[in-house]
Design a protein around this ligand. Sequence first.
Ligand code: ATP
Length: 249
Amino acid sequence: MNIALFGGTFDPIHRGHLNVARAAAERFKLKEVWFVPADIPPHKQKAPVTSYFHRYSMVALALVGEPDFLPSLLEAPDPEAHVERRPSFSIDTVRRVKAGLRKSDRLYFLIGIDAFREIGTWYKSEELLGECDFIVAARPGYSLKDVVRSLPKALRPSPAAMRNQKAAGLLELPGVRLHLLPDTHEDVSATQIRAARKRGTALKKLVPDSVAEYIRKEALYRGTLQKKSKREIRRGGSVVKKPTQAKPA
Ligand code: ATP
């Protein structure tokens, strides 16, 4: 069976993510798409990220009614790691999943072109690209032409070597298979949603209703809060602090 891992920060999950998964599922006959929120996204460590628990909850809510889309705890915080938390590296996740697959299963790694453009900077990127097929999804404002240029130098083919393959939507290089998914044009991002929420604009068109309701109930993405309300005390804080080695006072 064909399975895809779809990793991300999902802060929050939105209609763009769902459309990408639907388009990939249809084109690559995916039986399951696993949505894997990262506890500590290695590439988004500059800005604070909403707590894993909220992000996972929103993913789970968004996937209700989508029998082939599964919320995954693969990159959940490790309850044993009280002191030092590690970023979630895709290579570790992919290898853990592969260890549990059957021979007849085929694993894909689903990723948007904006994230793929950074792949050369990822931990063990060359090894990761060799672990499974990649599906690179189009995204408004980015060109799929950038796929080849984004590869780590050692894997980049000559223009002549890839001319025919590009037409077929598949780039097959030694040890690497990249599929291009051009059918995704949903102009929505988590950044837009967080900004819309700060402005007080409706989220209906951007996220499933269940996610919009959760965001409202948990008072997420409202910007700096002055004074803690009862509700904030109940939800126990929505932002992850940078992991620290400091002992509690
Ligand atoms: P942010 O705006 O905070 O950077 P995001 O909307 O890009 O967030 P992520 O959780 O970082 O969301 O994305 C997870 C994956 O989904 C990434 O591979 C990203 O490229 C892809 N993705 C997100 N939105 C879209 C979209 N509208 N079309 C195609 N791919 C998308």
